[in-house]
Design a protein around this ligand. Structure first.
Ligand SMILES: Cc1cc2nc3c(=O)[nH]c(=O)nc-3n(C[C@H](O)[C@H](O)[C@H](O)COP(=O)(O)OP(=O)(O)OC[C@H]3O[C@@H](n4cnc5c(N)ncnc54)[C@H](O)[C@@H]3O)c2cc1C
Length: 455
């Protein structure tokens, strides 16, 4: 039997895409997954006639790696772009869903921000750069003012991280926003320059930043990856320990031992910490310091006439200032028509996160009751849902809080002597599915180059 070159531990999207890109480059790989299915957080379910996403709902086409994966898997014809209505987004202020302005005239007329907050924006280009690491909240308050933090950035941070802007590091959690200050000295000037440049190059590049899924949901991507891996994917293979050998690594699993030259740990931070502790001792601590608050994803199906809101957009986000437990809701059957039976609509609601970690201990009944009470007046819910489904993610999304980069640097230093061992999961370099795919391609390319140098 030919020797495996790289063992990937974890069949979430990080591990699957790393393995796919390695295989595409001619490497012999094997993927070891503890559970009985591939996909990790990605899970599409058919339930009572609805197509539900238990984890992520959309993918962003913002990097060439995404197209490389889709085309490499032959999935192009299955891509389903989000409905164009999804460009409209709502934010709740004073109990009302207010449309987030999408253009300068809409910004001038919106009731989401006061005239003083709008005027305050004019000062932004004249504010200097920060000299220390700041939280997202401090950064936004300093550059754009309190109202932008409360009614735009806070709900955005909820939507991506289910996080707390007062604790997230602006450099680590929102690197593109931070880079506008670092590179251009101003968010407004930087954003304008980028928009101008994008317009100039539009003809030469493929469109980026489109939101999409697949005909059979994000699960279709996972299924295609699993199918491509075939026998190289080992389910129910929980990795229990690692041993450094003279020419690589031995990985001990519930299905026996595997050996390879390289190992990629594509597993949550606490699993990496447990596997690395025998080598690093207390130096695994940075991994254990990454908070993972719980998030519950609640799917609700209603008769169309039982929801007063037009549901003509991506969804609605609820800022912390509104003092409501629910974080927000996606209008899933608007986003991707056909996911609810005829005459019915599907909402995907998120609750929990860094601010409401206690919700992780609630019963499903209590969670659904809270969500209905919170959303009822905002969306005009007139009757009980026909369908409800609660998915618990007890350790949902890693938080890149203040000190994240320092923790990662300490970890990298501690790992230096562990040749052939890499880590590649969502607890660094981005939490989105697109980040995982991009990072998978970067790592596969680096490992391949290393291999070529050694020949
Ligand atoms: C509710 C929710 C909504 C989200 N919404 C979006 C969204 O709309 N868009 C977006 O881009 N992102 C979204 N995200 C984020 C995104 O889904 C995740 O960051 C991404 O899927 C994580 O992939 P991963 O492979 O790094 O980790 P995971 O998906 O956690 O995969 C890790 C894998 O490792 C396995 N494993 C663990 N321990 C072992 C072991 N000892 N041995 C072997 N295998 C092991 C696990 O079983 C799992 O399969 C969302 C996340 C959640 C939770």
């Amino acid at each position: 039997m030919e020797k495996i070159q790289t063992l990937v531990v974890g069949a979430g999207i990080s591990g699957l895409s790393t393995a796919f890109f390695l295989q595409q480059r001619g490497q012999r790989v094997a993927v070891l997954e503890a559970s009985g299915r591939a996909g990790g957080n990605i899970q599409t379910l058919m339930y009572e006639g609805f197509m539900l996403e238990a984890g992520p709902n959309t993918l962003l086409d913002n990097d060439p790696a995404i197209a490389a994966l889709i085309d490499g898997l032959g999935l192009r014809a299955e891509v389903r772009e989000a409905n164009s209505e999804a460009k409209r987004r709502y934010v709740v202020r004073n109990g009302q869903a207010v449309q987030l302005p999408g253009s300068p005239p809409a910004f001038l007329s919106t009731t989401l921000f006061s005239p003083a907050a709008k005027f305050r924006l004019l000062a932004e280009p004249f504010i200097g750069r920060a000299q220390i690491e700041e939280s997202v909240a401090d950064f936004v308050r300093r550059r754009l003012g309190q109202e932008f933090l409360d009614w735009a950035i806070d709900p955005f941070v909820s939507g991506v991280y289910a996080g707390d802007p007062a604790r997230l590091s602006v450099q680590a959690a929102t690197p593109k926003v931070y880079a506008l200050e670092r590179d251009h000295g101003s968010l407004l000037v930087g954003a304008l320059k980028k928009a101008f440049k994008a317009r100039k190059t539009e003809v030469q590049t493929t469109p980026v930043g489109h939101m999409f899924s697949f005909d059979r949901g994000l699960g279709q991507l996972v299924d295609a990856l699993a199918e491509r891996l075939g026998d190289a994917l080992h389910l129910h293979a929980t990795v229990q320990g690692l041993q450094h050998t003279h020419d690589g690594w031995q990985v001990n699993t519930s299905q026996g031992a595997f050996v390879a030259q390289n190992v990629v740990l594509a597993v949550p931070a606490e699993v990496c910490a447990a596997l690395l502790e025998p080598f690093l001792g207390v130096r695994v601590q940075p991994l254990r310091e990454i908070p993972y608050p719980p998030v519950m994803s609640v799917a609700l199906g209603f008769r169309r006439e039982d929801v007063a809101h037009a549901l003509d957009g991506f969804g609605v986000l609820i800022p912390a200032k509104e003092r409501v437990t629910t974080l927000g809701a996606l209008f899933s059957s608007t986003l991707f028509p056909g996911r609810a039976p005829d005459g019915q609509v599907l909402l995907t609601v998120f609750i929990g996160g860094r601010r409401h970690e206690d919700v992780g201990t609630w019963t499903d009944e209590a969670i659904v009751a809270r969500v209905l009470a919170d959303l009822g007046p905002i969306l005009g819910l007139r009757a009980a849902p026909l369908m409800s489904h609660v998915q618990h993610w007890p350790r949902a999304i890693p938080q890149y809080e203040l000190g994240h980069f320092e923790r990662m640097a300490a970890l990298d230093e501690a790992m230096q002597h562990l040749q052939g061992l890499r880590m590649r999961a969502n607890w660094r370099d981005g939490v989105s599915v697109s980040d995982a795919i991009r990072n998978g391609l970067v790592l596969a390319t680096a490992l391949q180059e290393l291999q070529a140098q050694m020949l």
